[in-house]
Structures are given as C-alpha cells and as structure tokens.
Design a binder for this molecule. Structure first.
Ligand code: FAD
Length: 388
C-alpha cells in the first residue's frame, strides 16, 4: 500500500464546512491542505435553502447557539466579499430581510410569543398587521393575519457559495482528492491520516473530520471520539419566477401554517426555493410525493401565485443533526483529530464562524472562546460514561 505525501491537514468532506475551513487554513495560516471527497459540494450544502436567519429561526432554550449564529451572521458581509474577491465568482450573498407571517389566530399567537422572546434577548424585530405585511409583499394571501419583520436576517445562494469556495480553494493551492475516505488512520493514540477507497493512504499531521451526516460512519476512531451526528432528511423545491412575474417576492418569507413552519427564499436571479420537510429516516434521500405536496400546499396558502410558477427541481438532503442541535467543533481528545460537523439546520449560516475558528484551532492550536461550548468533549464524556 503506498502512502501519498504528508500534508499539514487532511480534510474529510467538502461541504461548506470542510471547504471553508480548508480555504481559511490555507490562505490565512499557510497550511498545506488536502480535501478528500468523492463528490465535493454535493451534500447538504447543495440541497440547502441558504437562509441566514438567526433571529427569525430562534428556538426556545438555544441561547448559546444564538450567540454563535448571530456572530456568524455579523461576519457574513466581509466573508462573502473576501470570498468573491478570492474566487472571482459571486458569493450569492443577498441582504433582503425576512418576514414571518401567520394565517390563523394560533399561528399569530406563535409569532407573538416569538416576538416577546426576541425582545427579552435584545433582538430586533417588529410585529406587523396583515395590511403592513401585504404592503411589503403584495403576493401574500389576503388570508394572512399578521407578521413579524426581521430586517437583519438575510440569505445566500448556497450553490454559488459552494462554487466560490471550491474555486477559492483551488486558487489557494488546496489539493483535492476525489475519493471516499474508507478509514481514519490512528496509531499510538494519534490520528495521522486517512485510507482512501482506492487503497492508498494519505498521511497528515492533523485530520479534520467534516463529513456532514456521515461523520459518525467512518471507521477507525475510538468509539468515544466518534461525533454523534445523525441524518435529518429535508425535502426542498426550486421554482423559477418568469421575468414578467418579477419581483415575485422581495425578501425571505417564513410561514407558520397550522403549527408547522416553512419558508420561501427568493433569489436575485429569479429562483424561488421552498422548504423544507423534516424527518428522521436514516440515509434515505428519496423525494416523496407527500413531501412535495405538503410544501406546495402550505406555500400556496401563504402565496397563492406559487402554483403558477414552473417547478424546476425537487430534492432531498440530509442535515447533520447533533443531540443538542448545535455544531460539534474543535479539537477532540484524540491527538491529531479536529472535528467540525453537526451543524444541523444552520450550516450555511455558520460557515464564516466555523471557517475562522476551526482554522485557528488547526493552525495555532488555540480554541476561540466563542466555540468553547460546542467542543466535541461535551459528548465524549457521556460516551465514556456509557461505555464504562
Ligand atoms: C433541505 C435543507 C435545507 C437547509 N436549509 C438551510 C438554511 O436555509 N440555512 C442554513 O444555514 N442551513 C441550512 N441547511 C443545513 C445545511 O445545509 C447544513 O448544515 C450544511 O450544509 C452542512 O455542511 P457540511 O459541510 O457539514 O455537510 P455536507 O454539505 O453534507 O458535506 C459533507 C461532505 O462530506 C462528504 N463525505 C461523506 N462521507 C465521506 C467519506 N467517507 N469520505 C469523503 N467525503 C465524505 C460528502 O460527500 C459531502 O460532500 C439545510 C439543509 C437541508 C438538507
């Protein structure tokens, strides 16, 4: 079995997480990085909607995650501009704001409670009447009973983001190996490289595990350091707004429809993304008629005109979910292994902060304060206790 050249870092997985860290580690710190992935950029990062909505998607009890999310959103404009410059491609970042709307009294009560919670946390949002919502977005149904406007929640076209990250990595001299990692190589309590599906070994000083929802499935690691990620399926639709119907929507629209939440994300180029279902069904990525039906039914309730638009794509992706819905980022207790996975519903939002902080961990060995609560050690202790 031959061993390829030793590199500073080998990154397992080329989604937004692996790519953005590879780019930062290479350009900011001069590390020699190799990224291994049989299909770069085609995982959850390809399926996603690209909403950057820490305030509108606030969940009760997730205050520490909120801080990470809002800090990443704050870094986005500079990150996107630097990426566009480095790649020569548009980043797809769009400042547009987000309007959450309600249909019936129960849905309106959900938004009212959310607004009160946002205010308690010092976040900026404003409640709107039905008429005010429709003044902002004339295509909304007259049945809308009210809404919540968040001026600072934006979006990025995640496919443009991935394309720009790939180009920026290539320009920065990151090496790509289009192979599957079959095993992480560990000897004498140290991760020192990976074995590829073609039988070759690639050695490195450090391994970054960033394989999204498959991060727990790659053999070789001691059980206690395997990050507990699982796939959370999401179906999503892409429609096209013909120029005569533009602008169909001007900002992200989130809806609470009979207790469930869904969204419509209008791109500057006329694409309209509608998402997303959420199921726990293992690694199944089949798009179901029921999922597409539900999304179109709810979207039609909020914005009746959607059913006139061409349906361009239906797709299912797998979010990398973690036990507490927060990412798992930082140095593991296994020497040589750094982890960046479990970003669940917010991996696109968390791209800038993940890139900055994990690149620092790899290059300097220091863990920035803001990611300390999200280290792999919070699950390693539990795993050790279970195994004892
Ligand atoms: C329907 C849907 C909508 C979403 N909407 C949003 C949104 O609006 N905003 C937001 O912030 N987030 C959203 N997300 C979440 C976001 O997409 C993810 O959190 C993010 O893409 C995770 O990035 P990643 O790089 O960890 O994983 P991925 O993008 O899945 O990348 C993992 C990579 O690892 C590779 N890999 C796996 N196994 C191996 C192996 N053995 N060897 C080598 N490579 C391997 C895969 O090929 C893949 O390319 C959404 C997700 C879905 C599914």
């Amino acid at each position: 079995m031959s061993t390829l050249t030793t590199r500073d870092v080998v990154v397992v997985g080329a989604g937004v997480v692996g790519l953005s860290v590879a780019w930062r580690a290479s350009t900011r710190y001069g590390l020699a990085v190799t990224v291994v992935d049989p299909a770069p950029g085609r995982g959850a990062s390809h399926a996603a909607a690209g909403m950057l909505t820490p305030v509108s998607e606030l969940q009760y009890g997730e205050e520490s995650l909120l801080e990470l999310n809002t800090e990443s959103a704050r870094r986005y404009p500079a990150f996107a501009a630097e990426l566009a410059d480095a790649s020569g491609l548009p980043s797809g970042y769009r400042t547009c704001g987000t309007l959450a709307v309600a249909l019936d009294a129960d849905d309106r009560a959900v938004l009212k409670d959310l607004h009160a919670y946002q205010e308690r946390l010092g976040l900026s949002s404003s409640r709107l009447t039905s008429r005010e919502c429709r003044r902002l977005e004339p295509m909304l149904s007259p049945a809308i009973t009210g809404g919540l406007h968040v001026d600072d929640d934006h979006q990025i076209d995640n496919r443009r983001l991935v394309a720009a990250l790939l180009a920026a990595c290539e320009r920065a001299g990151v090496t790509f190996v289009r192979e599957r990692v079959e095993r992480i190589l560990v000897t004498d309590d140290r991760a020192h490289g990976v074995r590829l599906a073609n039988g070759r070994d690639l050695s490195a000083d450090q391994v970054l595990l960033a394989a999204g929802c498959r991060s727990a499935l790659i053999p070789g690691l001691p059980p206690e350091v395997v990050p507990p990620v699982r796939p959370v399926k999401g179906e999503i639709l892409r429609l096209r707004v013909p120029p005569v119907m533009a602008p169909f929507l001007s900002r992200n629209v989130r809806g609470v429809v009979k207790g469930g939440s869904m969204y419509l994300v209008p791109r500057a180029d006329g694409e309209l993304v509608i998402g997303a279902t959420e199921y726990e069904r293992g690694h199944d990525t089949e798009t179901t008629a029921g999922g597409v039906y539900e999304l179109l039914r709810d979207a039609h309730e909020l914005v009746p005109g959607v059913t006139e638009l061409p349906l361009v794509e239906t797709l299912a992706g797998l979010r990398p979910g973690s036990p507490d819905n927060a990412p798992i980022v930082g140095r593991s207790s296994l020497a040589g292994l750094v982890v960046a996975t479990g970003h669940y519903r917010h991996g696109i939002l968390l791209t800038p902060i993940t890139a900055d902080t994990v690149a620092e961990v790899l290059a300097l060995g220091t863990t920035p304060e803001i990611i300390r609560p999200f280290g792999p050690d919070r699950f390693e202790t539990v795993a050790r206790e279970v195994m004892a």
